[in-house]
Ligand binder design. Structure first.
Ligand code: GUN
Length: 292
């Protein structure tokens, strides 16, 4: 078994971005600028946004956080989005999800200028992904493609099984893997909560991507000997033996599955890190497009 080291791969990607940003600044350009909109005080969202800001800083990308109270109206959020859409100093921005329950998330996402939608969630960018056109690809699937590419994993003609059909991960992942790119050119099966024979289908995968949001859902009997296993999940489980009182686990039972897999991503230290690196790549791309 070989580990797909998210830390190593994300450090490589960030070093490339940092060098490119430094060269542009040396040539007199301003730094790229990413903004994040955080509505409310969801603890996980605060952690994610803080990590995005820290990572921006580490590569020379300017970041600004717009914090809004959880009780704001749709109109007030729309005003912030329009401000960011029209500010030439902002290259890209994200609206951190989940939003408080008074908001229709799809409606809010549709307000973002697609050219600044570095999350790749806007219908225009999802449409471009489906058609194989150049746009922004959602960061988690984009980061997984980097992991497969940089690990030299063969995907052409392989059976790729994606478990989970979310708009953010499972659906775009299934489309990317079926495209005529490398990585890509796989035969893809998208499994979800209504799938019959999920165990058998998963066990036939050459590449298994678990994005189902259930701790240790994928057990060793669901994995073929020699499969490549990508774990998108991240969950806190109580663990009194840890100083923090919890441990992080993924959607995959790592201890058992790693005995059968040829390659596997750890949790933590896997997909989470390449997701942030891919968001930085998208921000640099937005910046370069805007300065053309
Ligand atoms: N919430 C969980 N993941 C994401 C993400 O990739 N982008 C945004 N905006 N919100 C999220």
């Amino acid at each position: 078994m070989k580990l797909i080291d998210g830390k190593l791969i994300s450090e490589q990607i960030k070093a490339e971005i940092k060098a490119e940003v430094a060269a542009m600044i040396d040539n007199g350009a301003r730094a790229p600028h990413l903004a994040a909109v955080l509505v409310g005080d969801d603890p996980a969202s605060q952690t994610y946004v803080a990590s995005k800001e820290k990572n921006c800083q580490s590569v020379g990308i300017t970041s600004t956080l717009y914090r809004l109270d959880k009780s704001i109206t749709e109109k007030e959020l729309e005003n912030t989005i329009n401000f960011l859409n029209n500010d030439p100093e902002i290259d890209g921005f994200i609206v951190q999800l989940p939003l408080p329950e008074q908001f229709d998330e799809q409606k809010i996402i549709s307000m973002i200028n697609p050219d600044k939608d570095v999350d790749g969630f806007h219908p225009v960018n999802v449409g471009k992904l489906v058609l194989g056109q150049d746009g922004f690809v959602s960061a988690t699937p984009a980061g997984i493609m980097e992991m497969l590419k940089r690990s030299g994993i063969e995907t052409v003609g392989k059976h790729c099984v994606v478990i989970g059909r979310s708009n953010i991960v499972g659906t775009p992942m299934s489309i990317l893997m079926s495209r005529t790119t490398n990585p890509g050119n796989s035969t893809v099966t998208l499994c979800h909560s209504k799938t019959q024979n999920l165990k058998e289908i998963a066990a036939s995968a050459d590449i298994l991507i678990a994005a189902i949001g259930k701790p240790r859902f994928v057990t060793a009997d669901m994995v073929k000997e020699g499969a490549v296993v990508i774990d998108v999940g991240i969950h806190r489980l109580e663990d009194s033996s840890k100083q923090s009182g919890f441990r992080l686990v993924g959607d995959v039972d790592f201890d058992e599955v790693s005995k059968k897999a040829s390659w596997i991503t750890p949790v933590p230290g896997g997909v989470g890190l390449t997701t942030i690196a891919a968001l930085l790549q998208n921000t640099l791309k937005a910046y370069k497009k805007a300065s053309l």
